[in-house]
Ligand binder design. Structure first.
Ligand SMILES: N[C@H](CCC[C@H](N)C(=O)O)C(=O)O
Length: 335
């Protein structure tokens, strides 16, 4: 038998699969097929999700995280997901501060004080960071560095910042009206379809500046579409905030980033000239799903036995007490 977890960070939800339970790891094709079925709002379980987080052994770290989007594409990183993987591996190994392996870096994670009763929290290192066109990649935009830059091919007046953390992000600071308007979806769909600018797609975030060190972020995700939160998106947005609004944000200072699913804290660090972002937020497990290994491999979900953990009620109490819920509630996606 195999047990998966339904998890979320800021209501950015995933199925977490520890593949070390399996007699042999899934192939990339099997993982992509499983993800497309399991996360589908109609054919999946528990109303679907925003992706699958697969854990495998990795020498020298507590484990490796692989991120699969709902469309079956693989992502270079997932910030909200990394916090839930950190919790899973912490509870599996008893460690509270360790590294998780990804194809691009071994990332530091740590258990943090709970955000509220019944709302466990973890921090996750978001890195490596690069502004280089080759890192996103982007092309045909008339520049090789996009920081606070108008890109007329994409929008007539918004100023964008493009950064890989290491998955690709395009960020713009907008008004409350723009945040809820049609442009984010239009740009997100266009740059994640066949286009000459971001050939591998890009996560697009619109953020409203609420005050010093305080943002509200909404993301149209590469390979997924709108989600309630995007951890790497909120991390990239905080870095862009510091670079483009230096009188309202600063390195090594705690930022609060609200999103339709809740809230995270971010701190941008710069060590030896290299940026990395510390992402702190909830790691909630809402259910466990148990089924025979053969059924999992064949994506035969009828035999799945689902058990609720009861944690979601505590998370909803925490979120209900947050400011900016009125704005969030107009933007929340089905979990
Ligand atoms: N869709 C993203 C991966 C998931 C990132 C997001 N869920 C996060 O929390 O960072 C991509 O393909 O780059």
């Amino acid at each position: 038998m195999v047990t998966l977890q339904k998890v979320h960070g800021s209501e950015n939800s995933f199925f977490l699969l520890d593949e070390t339970q399996l007699t042999q790891p899934l192939t990339k094709t099997q993982l992509a097929t499983l993800t497309q079925r399991l996360t589908n709002r109609h054919t999946g379980l528990l109303g679907g999700a925003d992706g699958v987080l697969a854990i495998t052994d990795a020498p020298g770290t507590a484990g490796k995280m692989t991120v699969v989007n709902t469309d079956g594409s693989f992502a270079k990183l997932c910030g909200n997901g990394l916090r839930t993987v950190a919790r899973y591996l912490s509870e599996k190994t008893g460690q509270t501060s360790f590294r998780v392996h990804t194809d691009f870096a071994d990332l530091a994670v740590a258990k943090q004080p709970a955000l509220a009763v019944g709302v466990p929290a973890y921090s996750a290192e978001i890195s490596p960071v690069s502004f280089a066109p080759q890192a996103l990649p982007f092309a045909n935009l008339g520049t090789d560095r996009i920081v606070d830059t108008v890109l007329p091919a994409i929008h007539p007046h918004l100023k964008f910042t493009a950064v890989a953390v290491p998955n690709p992000h395009l960020v713009a600071f907008v008004s409350k009206e723009e945040l809820a308007g049609p442009d984010l979806e239009q740009i997100g769909k266009r740059l994640n379809g066949k286009n000459p600018y971001f050939p591998e797609g890009v996560n697009v975030t619109f953020a409203e500046i609420l005050g010093q060190d305080t943002l509200f972020a909404r993301t149209y995700e590469r390979g997924v579409g709108f989600t309630n939160a995007c951890g790497t998106g909120m991390s990239a947005t905080t870095l862009a905030f510091i670079l483009t609004h230096p009188n309202q944000a600063a390195l090594d200072r705690v930022n609060t980033v609200y999103n339709p699913g809740g809230m995270v804290k971010t701190i941008v660090h710069r060590d030896d000239g290299r940026y990395w972002i510390e992402l702190i937020g909830n790691a909630t497990v809402t259910a466990t799903i148990t089924l025979p290994e053969a059924a999992l491999v064949d994506v035969n979900l009828q035999q799945a036995v689902i058990k609720s953990t009861g944690e979601q009620a505590a998370y909803e109490r925490f979120v209900a007490a947050l400011p900016h819920r009125a704005l969030a509630d107009t933007l929340t996606e089905g979990v």
